[in-house]
Structures are given as structure tokens and as C-alpha cells.
Design a binder for this molecule. Structure first.
Ligand SMILES: NC(=O)c1ccc[n+]([C@@H]2O[C@H](COP(=O)([O-])OP(=O)(O)OC[C@H]3O[C@@H](n4cnc5c(N)ncnc54)[C@H](OP(=O)(O)O)[C@@H]3O)[C@@H](O)[C@H]2O)c1
Length: 325
């Protein structure tokens, strides 16, 4: 038996239960990982609340973790018992002491990256990799808008953009978060608790707006994001921290300047072991050459996942939060 977090109904953090469960034996192409650290992500809140429905209830939770290979399926040759590994693309169930997942979803951890760092950076860092380097390939000198720049994904985006020579304008909800974003390499910040985003973007870009806007806030920033994209530019809508964007009239894209919109997710970019491992190699390279510092702002015991989620969804956190089994 082992411990895990699960939920039997959708709702607030109170629906999370810390219970014993019987971990499965790995199938032929599966691996059982003894988690040493687990990543906390906003998507976990979407699953818990039911915004992203689970196929069955009770449901396990969590997509990201790092640990030690404990058991292998008969057809797994690329890993050995005792290997240090990390993962970010599910399946759900990383909020656990033991997690069984396909070998194709694992990467080996370099010795220079700790379990805690890996749990803090795999999902969010791979996301920043595909956002800044694949969805739109950023070029030095460009000015971009990135929402929630002091958050987990945002803190890494500020650093990665700076390393690319890109001027990142980051939105934040407080002066303390603005300081955090600037310390991570943001070129400028907009405090959207009292500033007009689109107006400030016009001022900061001398009227040019941005070739690409990255929006993980969703509902509350959608209009301002559209107004901040330059003609024929791209709006990357990659999350719903304030609620989902729904009911979009496509004609708005013509009115705002013949814009492009994409709604990507990590699973769509890290969709083969080769792509996942190439993206992870780039991420680990950024960490080992010092261009990316992993900011673990908070850590909680696994059993306190509900408290950790509450802090994340009520905007109290900066950087990454991890859970320790
Ligand atoms: N599509 C993908 O592949 C992918 C992968 C990873 C993450 N994401 C998305 O990226 C976003 C950031 O994820 P994260 O885990 O790093 O979270 P996070 O940024 O650490 O936390 C979310 C932040 O959103 C901001 N926010 C604005 N309005 C909010 C509201 N009404 N309620 C709560 N927060 C609000 C808050 O920053 P301020 O207080 O500064 O406003 C908050 O700190 C999320 O939308 C997540 O779903 C998408």
C-alpha cells in the first residue's frame, strides 16, 4: 500500500482526500516511480474543480513529479531500477508516493538537477520551452506581453525571454509581484489591478503593440490581450486562471487586425518520447548553464495538497510550489 491524494466529487480544496491505495504493477511498457517531489500546477485546480472533467471518480490528481524508478515492465529497456527520472505529461496521479506511468512519458534527470528542482520546473519549464520556442519562435529584440509574470510559468518565462534577448512585459497584481518579475528578467511590468493593460502596452511599445501575447489568465484578460497584439500577430491563449474564454466570435480577429489565435497544451507539443526528451534537454541545458534559476517559493507535505492549492488559486504564490511525499 502507499498514500495518495484523490477526490470523489468536484469542488474546492476540501474535496481532496489523503488515502491509502494499492499501486498497480507496471504493464509491459510502464514504469513505477517512487516520487521524491511532486509539482503543483494550476491545471490540478481545473481537474479538482471539474473544469476539466475526469474520466472516472474517484480520481487521482497531478501530472508532474520526480523520483526513483522502482519497478519496470518487461518491455522497458531504456530505464533501470534506481534511475533518477522526472515527468510532466501525466497520466493523472502524481500526487502520490508511488506512480505508474508509460516509459515514454519519462526523462532521465541529470545529476545537476535535484528532485525538488525537477518537480518545480518540468511542467512549467517545458511549457515555456514550447511557448517561446515552438508556438512562436521568439527573436532577440522583440517585445512580448506575458500575463501572470510572477507565477510559476511566468517566472520561468521572464528568465527565458531575457536569455533570448526578448523584452518581456509582464502583467502582475501587486507591487511585490512586479518586483519578483523584474528580478527574474522582465523588461517592464503592468499592474493589472489598477492599470489599463492595452493602453500601457501601446505606451511601452511606442504604439507598435506585440507580435505575440501569451495569456494564461484567460477570461479576465482576453479582450486586453487581443488589443495588445500587433496586426497579423499571434495570441497564445494557454490557460484559464481567471476562468475559461468562451463564446468567441471569430470576426473579432479580423476587427482587431487580422490576428492569429492558438490554444495549445504541453501534451500537444511533447507528444512523442523524442520530442519530450529534446524539449527537456533544452530545459536542463538552460538550468545547467545558469540562464534559468529554479525558484521553489513554497513546499508542503503531500497530505497538505489542499492548502497548497488554495494558496495557488487565491494568488498568494510566486514562482513554483512543490509537494513532498
Ligand atoms: N497550456 C499549457 O500547456 C499549460 C501548461 C502549464 C500551465 N498552463 C497555464 O498557465 C497558467 C499559469 O500556471 P501556473 O501553474 O504557473 O500558475 P501561476 O501562474 O503560478 O498562478 C496563476 C496566476 O494567475 C494570476 N491570476 C489572474 N487572475 C486570477 C484569478 N482570477 N485567480 C487566480 N489567479 C489569477 C495570478 O497572478 P497575479 O496575482 O499576478 O494576477 C496567479 O498567481 C495557468 O493558466 C495554467 O493553467 C498551461
Amino acid at each position: 500500500m502507499a498514500k495518495r491524494i484523490q477526490f470523489s466529487r468536484y469542488g474546492g480544496p476540501e474535496v481532496l482526500e489523503y488515502l491509502d491505495f494499492q499501486p498497480a504493477q507496471p504493464g509491459p511498457r510502464e514504469v513505477r516511480v517512487k516520487n521524491q517531489a511532486v509539482g503543483l500546477n494550476f491545471i490540478d485546480v481545473y481537474y479538482r474543480s471539474g473544469l476539466y472533467p475526469s474520466p472516472t471518480l474517484p480520481a487521482p490528481l497531478g501530472s508532474e513529479g520526480a523520483g526513483i524508478v522502482e519497478a519496470l515492465g518487461s518491455a522497458v529497456s531504456e530505464f533501470q531500477v534506481g534511475d533518477r527520472v522526472a515527468y510532466a505529461t501525466g497520466p493523472q496521479g502524481s500526487y502520490s508516493e508511488l506512480h505508474v506511468l508509460p516509459a515514454d512519458n519519462l526523462v532521465k534527470l541529470p545529476d545537476s538537477v535535484s528532485f525538488e528542482q525537477a518537480a518545480a520546473v518540468m511542467l512549467k519549464g517545458l511549457t515555456v520551452q514550447y511557448l517561446l520556442r515552438q508556438c512562436y519562435e521568439l527573436k532577440a529584440g522583440e517585445t512580448i506581453l506575458f500575463h501572470a509574470a510572477a507565477g510559476g510559468v511566468g517566472s520561468l518565462a521572464c528568465q527565458w525571454a531575457k536569455a533570448l534577448g526578448v523584452k518581456l512585459i509582464g502583467t502582475v497584481s501587486s507591487a511585490a509581484k512586479a518586483e519578483h518579475a523584474i528580478a527574474n528578467g522582465a523588461w517592464a511590468t503592468i499592474d493589472y489591478s489598477h492599470e489599463n493593460i492595452a493602453q500601457r502596452v501601446l505606451e511601452l511599445t511606442d504604439g507598435k503593440k506585440c507580435p505575440v501575447v501569451y495569456d494564461g489568465v484567460g477570461h479576465d484578460t482576453w479582450e486586453a490581450s487581443l488589443d495588445s497584439v500587433a496586426k497579423r500577430g499571434l495570441l497564445v491563449s494557454f490557460g484559464n486562471a481567471s476562468g475559461a474564454v468562451t463564446g468567441v466570435n471569430l470576426g473579432i480577429l479580423a476587427q482587431k487586425g487580422s490576428l492569429f489565435v492558438t490554444r495549445p497544451n504541453l501534451a500537444g507539443y511533447a507528444d512523442s518520447p523524442e520530442r519530450l526528451r529534446a524539449m527537456a534537454a533544452e530545459l536542463f541545458g538552460m538550468i545547467s548553464n545558469g540562464q534559468l534559476q529554479v525558484d521553489i517559493s513554497s513546499q508542503y507535505a503531500l497530505k497538505d495538497a489542499g492548502i497548497a492549492q488554495q494558496a495557488l488559486s487565491s494568488r498568494q504564490t510566486t514562482g513554483s510550489t512543490i509537494l513532498l511525499p
